[in-house]
Structure formats: structure tokens, C-alpha cells
Design a protein around this ligand. Structure first.
Ligand code: BGP
Length: 461
């Protein structure tokens, strides 16, 4: 069967500043929470590898963009590092960084790879974290000013902006589950950071609209469908609470301009509501987006809790559900994540039916593989598993579009194997293999295959 995609479909991949640039302590960049945390606790990073060892995009962006073009990219997302552009979070702008991002954007345009630019991919400047990060409302204004600086510098050339990438992840990692700095475990502080992040988002959207530039602004959300074990009301309730907490907590304000009443009630009932000030709801209403990026890796399967909550345990989302391992689920054994291709269709259908069919694209989807060198044959990684993974998701995406979903593109995570936070280089995701010692990039079989898909604007299977 032939899977043909709409005209001007975005084919490309995604990455982020901190994960690819390198020069973490050079070129005038200020430190961010990753640089700082590594200095404090290098043992928290896989094999003790820090972001200073990221894949040298800062130095090699020109040849890297050429490599994007070689495999048929018509678009590529990266982010602007706040701590590189404005080292202290507020105040002086780093001239070298202004030029660097300008050059990257120009080079992308020159090579026919549209720049999709995100303004925050987990990398809070340390100077801002020191005053409380997104718990402190001053930081919201600092972020909005940073965003405005970017719009003014690059808005003439960048037509696709994203305020945040997976804004729930710093909330989960930093304030609930101990996998990002500042390693706090406190639901109320987490809900405050989540709410404030959306206020910061809305402030940035407001700044963008005021400049009246002819582009689009959106947000990138990791929408993980919550599937219940069964139709038992207790399982359905568990799945609904997950959906409220992990998806709708960001999706509803971003697309509808308001929070789900059910979520507000739930947080009130458990005394976990952030402080809402006069004017906040009006601001959230102004944050409605033009374009939604959807990151999808794996589904969330849940069931009702089996046991009572320990009375002294901190309040957590898991008070309402247990994770459920569905027998017979398809796994990516190299990363330990379930593969469920239909999830992409379910997300698109939900957006079509319940979110006004907001224009969207798949902004991240991908398959991490630990120890990928074992698939090297004659110097090339034979990643047929990744080709199958992409095909499987594209087929469901195609079905979604045929049924009317407003999905405009597909970006893989990621372009070249890159550094990934605490996992550093553990799981490889790229179209290009990276040799950590020499920094040599070698195209994988999937990269060559993707070039053909992009050229044909589809594939046959
Ligand atoms: C996504 C993030 C990316 C990236 C990816 C892979 O959620 O947006 O930044 O890191 O996950 O994650 P990992 O390396 O942990 O498998």
C-alpha cells in the first residue's frame, strides 16, 4: 500500500541546544542547571558524561545542516539556550550567542531546512534557579523578556516558535521524581511550577502577538495517552486522573485557554492548588497557541491502586493509580519502553474531536537503543528496527490525516545521536551515528531510508 502525505508536509528531526551545542562553559555562555548539577553530583549522569561533551553543533553547525539536507530534511527544530543568549537570565545579552543563533538560522534557511525554534528545553539558567526558578514570578517575566529578545532578533526569519518543550518534564523531574535539578519532592511546589510555566508561556505568546510578526507560536507537549487496564470504573477513574494530571494540565490551557475544572477540583480536594492571583486566568486565556507540537514515545497503561497509600508518604500522582504492564505488549527491548504505534492516531483523534482540530505536527517520536554499535555492519548501523518503528507510526499518522486530523509533519528524535540529560549517551536515537571519540557522524540505514520518504513525500509498504 502507498502512504502519501499532504503537500508541504514537514519532514525532519528535533534536538535541543544543551543536548547538542557543547561549549557549555565557553563563548560567553552562563551556567544552567545541568552545568551546575553536574559539578555537584557527576555520579547522577550516565558514565559521568556532562553536557560539555555534547555533539559539537556549536562548532559544526554548517556541516551538520548540510547533513540534514542530505537526508531530506525540510525542517529541523532546535532550541535557543537562554543561558547562552542572556548569561544571567536577565540583563546583558551575549553578542557571540546572538551571532551564533543568527548564523544557524541563516544556514538552515540557505539549505532549505526551515528553522523551528523552541525557547526552553529543560535548561534553566542557574542565576534564575538560584532565585527560585519558576516558583518565583520574577523568573516568569525574565523568561518573557528572553522570549521577546529572540522574537526581535530572529522573528524576521523564524516562522515557527515554541515556548516550551515538554514543560511537564522539569516539573516531574525537578519537583516530584528526582531526575532533574533541584531534586525537590513536593507536589504543591510542582503544581506551582507547572502553573507558573503556563503563565510564562502565556506572557511569551502575548509578547509575540504584540510584535505582529507573520509567523506562528506554539508549545511542544509530550502527550502520553492513558489506557486503563479494563473498563472497570476503578480503572477508568485511574486513567482519567492520569490524563488530567499528565496531559490536560498543559494541553487544555495551551489550546483552550483554561484548565479542566475536574483537575482544579481534584487539587483543591487534596490541598495542592498553586496560588492563583488576580489576572492569572485572563493571562492563561491569552496563551492560546497556533501550532501544537506533539511528542509521543510510549503509552501510559494504568489500573486502580492495589494497596492503600502509606500515610506518611509524600502526596504523589501515584496515589491515584498503579502502572499496568499489559501482557503481550510490544517492547523496545533496547530502551525498555513499550511500542504502541496506534497511540499516535489516538492522540490525533483526541485533538480532532476535543480540541478543535488544532494544527499540530509530531515534534518528537523515536526509538532509543542502548549499545547500538552491535548493529554495525560494514561501517553502517543497520537500524531496520528504527525504520519499522517510524513506518509503524507513520501509518497510523496517515490514517489520522485521512480521517481529517490536522497533522502537518513528522520530526524524529533525533538527528545525530546526542547527549540526553542524566542518560547522557546511553540511548542512541539519531539518523546519524556519533563516534564519541572522533565526533565523526555516519549515516545509519534509517537516515538513508528517510531521505527517500521525504523525497517521495511518503512510502510504500
Ligand atoms: C524526550 C526529550 C528529549 C530526549 C528524549 C530521549 O522526552 O524531549 O530531550 O532526551 O526524551 O530520552 P532518553 O535519552 O532518556 O531516552
Amino acid at each position: 500500500m502507498k502512504y502519501q502525505f499532504p503537500q508541504n508536509f514537514y519532514w525532519g528531526s528535533a534536538a535541543s541546544a544543551t543536548q547538542t551545542e557543547g561549549e557549555a562553559f565557553q563563548a560567553g555562555k552562563g551556567t544552567n542547571i545541568w552545568d551546575h548539577w553536574y559539578q555537584q553530583e557527576p555520579n547522577r549522569f550516565h558514565n559521568g558524561v556532562s553536557a560539555t561533551e555534547a555533539s559539537t553543533f556549536y562548532r559544526n553547525y554548517q556541516s551538520d545542516i548540510q547533513l540534514m539536507k542530505d537526508i531530506g530534511h525540510n525542517s529541523f527544530r532546535t532550541s535557543i539556550s537562554w543561558s547562552r543568549l542572556i548569561p544571567n537570565g536577565v540583563g546583558e545579552v551575549n553578542r557571540e550567542a546572538v551571532e551564533f543563533y543568527s548564523n544557524v538560522i541563516d544556514e538552515q534557511i540557505k539549505q532549505g531546512v526551515q528553522p523551528f525554534i523552541c525557547l526552553f528545553h529543560f535548561d534553566m539558567p542557574m542565576a534564575m534557579q538560584e532565585i527560585g526558578g519558576f516558583e518565583n514570578r520574577e523568573v516568569l517575566d525574565a523568561y518573557a523578556n528572553f522570549a521577546e529578545t529572540c522574537f526581535k532578533l530572529y522573528g524576521d526569519r523564524v516562522k515557527h516558535w515554541f515556548t516550551f518543550n515538554e514543560p511537564i518534564v522539569p516539573v516531574e523531574g525537578g519537583y516530584l521524581y528526582d531526575f532533574h535539578y533541584p531534586n525537590v519532592v513536593d507536589f504543591k511546589r510542582a503544581s506551582t511550577v507547572a502553573f507558573h510555566t503556563m503563565l510564562a508561556h502565556a506572557k511569551a505568546v502575548e509578547k509575540y502577538r504584540a510584535l505582529d510578526q507573520d509567523g506562528q507560536i506554539g508549545i511542544i507537549l509530550n502527550l502520553t495517552p492513558s489506557y486503563p487496564r479494563s473498563q472497570n470504573p476503578a480503572d477508568l477513574k485511574a486513567a482519567n486522573i492520569c490524563d488530567l494530571m499528565f496531559n490536560r494540565s498543559f494541553l487544555d490551557p495551551a489550546v483552550k485557554g483554561e484548565y479542566p475544572q475536574e483537575l482544579v477540583e481534584l487539587l483543591k480536594q487534596h490541598d495542592q492548588m498553586p496560588v492563583v492571583e488576580v489576572g492569572d486566568c485572563e493571562l492563561i486565556a491569552k496563551g492560546k497557541i497556533d501550532l501544537l507540537g506533539v511528542n509521543y514515545y510510549q503509552p501510559r497503561r494504568v489500573k486502580a491502586r492495589e494497596n492503600a497509600v502509606h500515610p506518611e508518604a509524600p502526596f504523589m500522582p501515584e496515589h491515584f493509580f498503579d502502572y499496568y504492564e499489559m501482557p503481550g505488549r510490544k517492547m523496545n527491548p533496547h530502551r525498555g519502553w513499550e511500542i504502541y504505534e496506534k497511540g499516535v492516531y489516538d492522540i490525533l483523534t483526541n485533538l480532532k474531536d476535543n480540541y478543535g482540530n488544532v494544527p499540530c505536527y509530531i515534534s518528537e517520536n523515536g526509538m532509543g537503543v542502548e549499545g547500538e554499535e552491535k548493529f554495525l555492519v560494514d561501517g553502517q548501523i543497520q537500524d531496520d528496527y528504527r525504520i519499522d518503528f517510524i513506518k509503524g507510526h507513520l501509518k497510523w499518522l496517515h490514517k489520522g490525516i485521512e480521517e481529517g486530523a490536522n497533522c502537518l509533519g513528522y520530526h524524529l528524535w533525533t538527528f545525530i545521536d546526542n547527549w540526553s540529560w542524566c542518560n547522557a549517551y546511553k540511548n542512541r536515537y539519531g539518523f546519524y551515528q556519533l563516534d564519541l571519540k572522533t565526533q565523526k557522524r555516519s549515516v545509519k540505514k534509517s537516515g538513508e531510508w528517510y531521505a527517500g520518504v521525504s523525497k517521495a513525500n511518503g512510502f510504500e509498504d
